[in-house]
Design a protein. Sequence first.
Length: 127
Amino acid sequence: MTINEAVAVNVRRERKAKGLSLDRAAKLTGVSKSMLGQIERGEVNPTVSVLYKIAAGLELECSTLLEIPVPAVEFVSSTNSVTRKEDGGKVMLYSLFPSDTAQSFSIYRLRLLTSGHYEAPPVSPAR
């Protein structure tokens, strides 16, 4: 996520959290409604002084508008994860992350019984 995208997400989130329309936010910040809309859509690169006006009008620290949001993390316990059984039930695979094609890795918990055998499938090199 670029800084412009982060500012767009943060300005919109903070305005909505305060229950403000673009009109009302424009009046509070001294930044035009059209400029606020462009910022929220990530179409413009606001100056520091514009960001300061927005932060002051919304009663925020400027840093709040510049923070890059961290994606949510989802915990998946082995009791509700996807389980694969192999080698006649002697091998149990528990997915530790929900299936997501955007992820560039996978982590599994592997449980082998004494006589169990597991051979991991080949993995394509990362690009």
